[in-house]
Design a protein around this ligand. Structure first.
Ligand code: SF4
Ligand code: SF4
Length: 58
């Protein structure tokens, strides 16, 4: 699953722009992820802060 860590986020909005499902939303102090993530990984690639990471299931 794709995990978001607010502490690392710089609120640049880059992830919002590259999400093909358009489920990411930038608010004042966090990015919210709606339902429908297809695990494409775009947000993990584009984030300059490493706030989005892919966590493999154990
Ligand atoms: S992995 Fe892809 S679909 Fe899921 S939130 Fe990130 S950019 Fe959007
Ligand atoms: S790309 Fe990274 S730093 Fe920028 S808003 Fe998204 S999660 Fe935050």
């Amino acid at each position: 699953m794709i995990k978001y860590q607010r502490d690392n986020c710089g609120y640049c909005g880059a992830c919002v722009a590259v999400c093909p499902q358009q489920i990411l939303e930038l608010t004042e102090n966090e990015v919210t992820k709606g339902i429908g993530c297809d695990e494409c990984g775009n947000c993990t690639i584009v984030c300059p802060m490493g706030a989005f990471t892919r966590e493999d299931e154990p």
